[in-house]
Design a protein around this ligand. Structure first.
Ligand code: PLP
Length: 354
């Protein structure tokens, strides 16, 4: 029996995906070879790459809209510097919603001037700053659509006419947003798509044309795009498994259907956090993440029994990040509703004991 997996990342993937991915390690679709022992230039793997790219665009509504999907390496952390090295001419704007934005800012500063447009640091990043004036002379504006650590999420995108770049590592494919509002967005696979090892980058063709030319090959979006994400050997297993998850998502009814499922899960957990006298939510209500619900014990409540209870009922990965403390329930696409019911039940059981 598998545990109720609330891990923030790497995180839960659909059971059917895990099954097919593990079969492919032994033998890929009856070809007499394993997925991980064939050439990435074989017709079998090229078909996988093409399908993964097509699905990524289809699910985000960007097919034939002048975008490309790239499967790269180095995690979202490499995107922090890739975005800047390719796009920074003189200065760029960043909205700082904590940890991940902080890291993106730090890398960008190596390549030009960083204007911190707004920050929620004054309240330990428990909200999304709104209404900031965005200068029109920036090379781009960078946001983190969902802050995995603090449990905050942009529910309204900033209005700007400079290229909009986003780190969507922890909420890509989770909700219907206007993906065409972005000129480039990226996500490490390991939250909502697949195993660690590949990073999806979706980039507008018109932005590719404007990129800096003197960029090291492995860091150049233009080169990766030109080579169809095969400039060097791609991480075949991570891409195959991501393709399976995207296929699964399409089979579920796509982003529209998964958003409904995610909203149900999020409402269930947040309703309980607000109702239950043993806990209090961390993030500002209007900015709450539908992927990572952060909460703490109410003042004076000892959580020893709660920790025992959730561990005993096969709940895993509930501990909060060290910079927030308390608890974090990550409720990514593949997490079943039953797992959230289990958590709510344990929270209620704990409340009765205090
Ligand atoms: C997990 C995460 C990252 C880090 O991704 P790596 O693939 O480990 O580099 C960056 N940004 C966000 C929003 C994340 O959730």
């Amino acid at each position: 029996m598998k545990k109720h997996n609330f891990s923030a990342g790497p995180s839960i993937l659909p059971a059917s995906v895990m099954e097919r991915a593990s079969e492919a390690i032994k033998e890929l679709d009856g070809i007499g070879l394993s997925l991980i022992e064939i050439s990435h230039r074989s017709k079998e793997f090229i078909a996988i790459m093409d399908k993964a790219q097509a699905l990524a665009l289809e699910l985000t509504g960007l097919t034939d809209k002048g975008y490309q999907a790239l499967f790269l390496q180095g995690g979202a952390s490499t995107q922090f510097l890739m975005a800047a090295i390719n796009l920074m001419k003189t200065k760029a704007g960043y909205i700082n919603t904590g940890a991940w934005s902080d890291k993106a800012i730090k890398e960008a500063k190596r390549y030009g001037e960083v204007v911190e447009i707004a920050s929620s640091k004054d309240q330990n990043f428990n909200y999304i700053p709104k209404g900031a004036e965005i200068p029109s002379n920036l090379d781009y504006l960078h946001i983190t659509t969902n802050n995995t650590i603090f449990g905050t999420q942009f529910h309204h995108l900033p209005e700007t006419n400079v290229p909009l770049i986003a780190d969507m590592s922890s909420d890509i494919f989770s909700r219907e947003i206007d993906y065409s509002a972005f000129d480039l967005f990226y996500a490490g696979a390991q939250k909502n798509m697949g195993p660690a090892g590949t990073t999806l980058v979706i980039v507008k063709d018109s932005l590719l044309e404007q990129m800096n030319k003197d960029v090291p090959s492995m860091l150049s979006y233009a080169i990766h795009a030109d080579k169809g994400s095969m400039f060097n050997t791609p991480p075949v297993f991570a891409i195959y498994t991501s393709m399976l998850t995207l296929e699964w998502l399409k089979g579920q009814g796509g982003i529209k259907a998964i958003e409904k499922h995610n909203t149900t899960k999020a409402q269930l957990i947040y309703d309980e956090i607000d109702r239950n006298t043993a806990f209090e939510g961390f993030a500002a209500k209007e900015d709450r993440s539908f992927m990572n619900a952060t909460f703490n014990l109410a003042e004076g409540v000892d959580g020893t029994l709660f920790d025992k209870l959730w561990n005993q009922t096969d709940i895993s990965g509930l501990k909060g990040h060290r910079s927030v403390g308390g608890y974090r329930a990550s409720i990514y696409n593949a997490l079943p509703l039953a797992s959230v019911h289990q958590l709510v039940e344990v929270m209620q059981q704990f409340e009765k004991s205090i």
